[in-house]
Ligand binder design. Structure first.
Ligand code: TEU
Ligand code: CA
Length: 544
């Protein structure tokens, strides 16, 4: 077993994701920024997290809110300056908080100098991307984009370039060794500044085997030519060998459409690729192929998926929400009758599973989906493109409105609610995205004062996890129970914990094990000995 000095710092870390645009605005322009983040570091310290995953702050025209990068070694002026960034890194370091940056290397912005030079005809830079002619056909191949529509757009010269995401995000050609040199230099640049690792955006699609037509697929025609290719594994191993292993990094890959076998290959310690991956299967539990078409959510299925991944990965990256998903309390909880209890249950579950838990900004106060008045309030490029695709399918406005409002990524991107004032303490100006009306009672200031709030539940649960060897390092085992109640053990040499999660809004009779309840979201006077109440979470200890 590793000693404490050789043990990897991230194995017991709790990581908090910041989506900079929506976190805290320091200068009243309605857009969150780096000085805003710095001002909230004491809050994050007090919450008890160990590291921040910072969504992109690099120079960007912002068509995909920073996931379209135009200069990897500079800061978007909307977010601040390089001095601000250096200050964020050093202030966070003083508080013992590490910073993990987003690394978006599948594509650049079309406004990146490389793409601009490529468009101007410079052969060196044309080979950084995929330019092809239509060959007399309408498109070079039949691939689809993640954001709907085709994966190719036409340039002014009449040829096409590949983009798996929006047309403002041309894909890089990872067959070109110059691209490798450029990007490893970017990684080094930031690691030398003292950042602690990367969250690698869509890492398992970066290497395209070939550009042949793909099998027809409802959303992602072509994917067999770029998902989890051998070339991708090779590249990651080289990143690790040439750069990451020289620093004490934590590398988490966002792995789209990933199954357990592929995830194991990406994260197997001996293969020296990634430390862990974000999987999507639990997020898609209620989707029909694409997330726009929903089906009923069954907690039993959700539990089976989480259990499967607990048993798949050496160190699972656990999360219930992020900037691409709807709010977890809407997704897996009940915002009508059990908003508080279900938000606390999700906190308890996330923080008692095996692995590295991620908390997304606002999740710790139980923030809910956006209360958008209509499609005009939605800003996300994905929603925009999907709306266009749905128009082509002749869906009516009211159908498109319904489908998009309940699934749009903007649901998780509404500004963080710091207090109940008009700008929610997020901004003194006009916010870039509508602030939820429920800031009146869902906000940091009020929840800090209420000892039974969701925020204070997060704080105690984080503290509990930090003090528990069983949760931090123990084994995991699911215990037989009714399908929509999740019971599992976490066990160390000293103790066995039984974790109970009732993921429904009904009372559930279950078998109780263990000796003593040591944590829960129902108070002693509300609890029942023979069953779990709606969304009840309990930790019971049994001494061994
Ligand atoms: O997301 C990749 C990804 O799979 C999502 O686009 C997903 O398909 C969609 O959000 C489901 O609604 C990453 C980033 O997290 C996302 O914000 C970026 O837009 C995308 O890559 C492109 O960089
Ligand atoms: Ca600002």
């Amino acid at each position: 077993m590793a000693t404490s000095s050789t043990k990897k710092w991230w194995k017991n870390a709790i990581i908090y994701q910041i989506y900079p645009r929506s976190f805290c605005d320091s200068n009243g322009d309605g857009i969150g920024d780096i000085p805003g983040i710095i001002s909230k570091l004491p809050y994050l310290k007090d919450l008890g997290i160990d590291a921040i995953w910072l969504s992109p702050v690099y120079s960007s025209p912002g068509y995909d809110n920073g996931y379209d990068i135009s200069d990897y070694k500079n800061i978007n002026p909307e977010f601040g300056t390089m001095e601000d960034m250096d200050r964020l890194i050093s202030r966070a370091k003083r508080l013992g908080i590490k910073i993990v940056m987003d690394l978006v290397i599948n594509h650049t912005s079309d406004e990146h100098e490389w793409f601009q030079k490529a468009l101007a005809g410079d052969p060196k830079y044309r080979d950084y991307y995929y330019f092809r002619d239509g060959n007399g056909r309408k498109y070079p191949n039949n691939w689809g984009s993640f954001f709907g529509g085709r994966a190719w757009s036409k340039t002014e010269n009449g040829d096409y370039y590949l983009h798996l995401f929006s047309d403002k995000q041309p894909d890089l050609n990872w067959h070109n060794p110059d691209v490798y040199e450029e990007m490893t230099s970017v990684m080094q640049f930031w690691l030398d500044k003292g950042i602690a690792g990367f969250r690698c955006d869509v890492i398992n699609v970066i290497f395209k085997d070939n550009l042949e037509d793909g099998k027809q697929h409802l959303a992602l025609t072509g994917r067999e030519h770029y998902l989890n290719t051998d070339g991708c594994h090779d590249l990651i191993r080289r990143f690790n060998d040439d750069v990451w292993s020289k620093y004490k990094t934590f590398i988490v890959g966002e792995a789209v459409c990933i199954n357990p076998d592929n995830a194991k290959l990406l994260t197997d310690e001996d293969r020296k690729e990634l430390d862990t991956v974000f999987f999507f299967e639990h997020m898609d539990v209620d989707s029909r192929i694409v997330k726009w078409f929903k089906k009923k959510y069954h907690p039993s299925k959700f539990i089976r998926i989480i259990d499967k991944w607990q048993n798949t990965l050496e160190v699972p990256a656990n999360y219930f929400e992020n900037h691409d998903q709807i709010r977890s309390v809407n997704h897996f909880g009940n915002t009508e009758k059990y908003w508080e209890k279900s938000a606390k249950l999700l906190c308890g579950l996330n923080l008692s599973l095996r692995g590295v838990p991620f908390i997304y900004e606002g999740e710790e106060i139980g923030m809910t989906n956006g209360d958008f008045r209509g499609l005009r309030d939605i800003k996300d490029v994905e929603s925009f493109n999907i709306n266009q695709s749905m128009k082509r399918l002749l869906l009516t406005h009211s159908v498109r409105r319904k489908l998009i409002l309940r699934t749009s990524r903007d649901n998780a991107r509404t500004p963080v609610q710091w207090n109940s004032s008009e700008g929610a303490g997020f901004t003194t100006g006009e916010p870039w995205l509508k602030i939820n009306d429920n800031k009146s009672f869902i906000n940091v200031e009020d929840e800090s004062k209420d000892e039974n709030s969701i925020l204070n539940f997060y704080k105690s649960m984080i503290e509990f996890r930090k003090g528990s060897q069983a949760i931090q390092e123990g084994t995991y085992r699911r215990v037989a129970s009714p399908g929509d109640v999740y019971i599992f053990t976490r066990e160390s040499d000293e103790e066995r914990l039984y974790i109970y999660c009732n993921l429904t809004s009904m009372n559930k009779v279950v078998e109780f094990y263990g000796d003593r309840i040591i944590f829960g979201n129902y108070g002693e006077d509300e609890r029942l000995d023979f069953m779990l109440k709606p969304y009840e979470f309990r930790i019971v200890v049994s001494n061994i």
